[in-house]
Design a protein around this ligand. Structure first.
Ligand SMILES: C[S@@+](CC[C@H](N)C(=O)[O-])C[C@H]1O[C@@H](n2cnc3c(N)ncnc32)[C@H](O)[C@@H]1O
Length: 293
């Protein structure tokens, strides 16, 4: 496995955009190791495990998919998919993230199934032929890009016909309200988060875009994508006392979160919203991906 085509220096590419783009670029360079460490914490693991379990509900066994992981970071999802036999192209603008992904894939013995692409997701329409992928992951990247709708449109164009699926995971505004009140005891922040479009990223600083069910739905619609299923990720685990969250109860917390996340009344206030979607022009053909669960 090699980094396929270091196409350009992303920093140069963003020279004409606002300063947030360069901040974003820097945080994922310098914060890559911190991010990898976060994914080892119970919170990080839960986010990965829950989202992946949601995704697996829709994957047909014994089908090998061509998958694109947008902003795939340290490769956690790419490696899981490759272990199931899928081919994965992991696209990311951070060379540091890609270095970690390369190492993780090598150690997991799945390097030959993963291609690393160093590029900005904004260039997606120019990077691959249309309809190249049967599955596209868009997990926790839309929070950081200038134009999330453009990314979704690009992803829709790269998605193969009617049978493909896109998996979108984003930070949920409602979850920030509960977090501010319950975790931080900050009633003022809880109230302002009711309408906030941005939150502060505690892991590596900078801002992170928040989504509501309505804003995400509107973006999907504008990108000609239709929702197959919606889940919440991490409904209450963030608020458990450390005696529980840092105990050996991980499996029980995971199982409870799975149940909560699939019930709309709980999913609505989860920390993350997870949407599985397909192209809206869908005419049912032979699905490589299950239609629903
Ligand atoms: C929060 S991490 C998520 C990583 C991974 N998807 C996951 O779920 O663990 C965001 C990732 O998006 C990447 N990213 C941010 N903006 C990007 C852009 N414009 N183009 C490509 N990658 C980008 C970052 O480098 C980082 O690896």
């Amino acid at each position: 496995m090699a980094h396929e085509g270091y196409l350009w220096r992303v920093k140069k590419m963003t020279a004409n955009s606002d300063s947030n783009s360069n901040d974003d670029f820097e945080r994922f360079q310098t914060g890559a190791a911190k991010y990898a460490a976060y994914l080892e914490t119970p919170e990080g693991r839960l986010r990965l495990d829950l989202a992946f379990a949601n995704l697996q509900e829709f994957l047909t066994q014994n089908t090998r998919l061509h998958t694109l992981d947008l902003g795939g970071g340290t490769g956690s999802n790419a490696v899981r998919l490759a272990k199931l036999g899928h081919h994965v192209t992991l696209l990311d603008s951070s060379a540091e993230m890609l270095n970690i992904a390369e190492r993780t894939a090598r150690e997991a013995g799945v390097s030959e199934l993963i291609v690393l692409k160093h590029a900005d997701v904004g260039q997606l329409p120019n990077l691959f032929p249309a309809e190249s992928f049967e599955l596209i992951l868009c997990h926790n990247i839309l929070e950081y890009v200038d134009d999330p709708c453009a990314v979704l449109r690009g992803a829709a164009g790269a998605l193969r016909d009617s049978s493909g699926m896109i998996s979108v995971l984003v930070r949920n505004q409602a979850g920030e309200v509960l977090k501010a009140a319950i975790k931080d005891g900050d009633l003022g922040a809880a109230e302002s988060n009711l309408t906030a479009e941005w939150a502060h990223e505690s892991l590596y600083g900078g801002r992170v875009r928040l989504f509501t069910a309505e804003s995400l739905q509107a973006m999907l619609l504008e990108s000609s994508l239709a929702v197959t299923a919606e889940r919440g990720v991490r409904v209450l685990s963030d608020y458990l006392p450390p005696s529980v969250s840092r105990s050996d109860e991980y499996d029980r917390i995971f199982e409870l979160e799975r149940k909560l996340g699939s019930r709309p009344e709980f999913a609505a206030v989860a920390r993350y919203t997870h949407v599985l979607a397909h192209r809206a022009d869908r005419v049912h053909e032979d699905p490589v991906i299950k239609d629903g669960a």
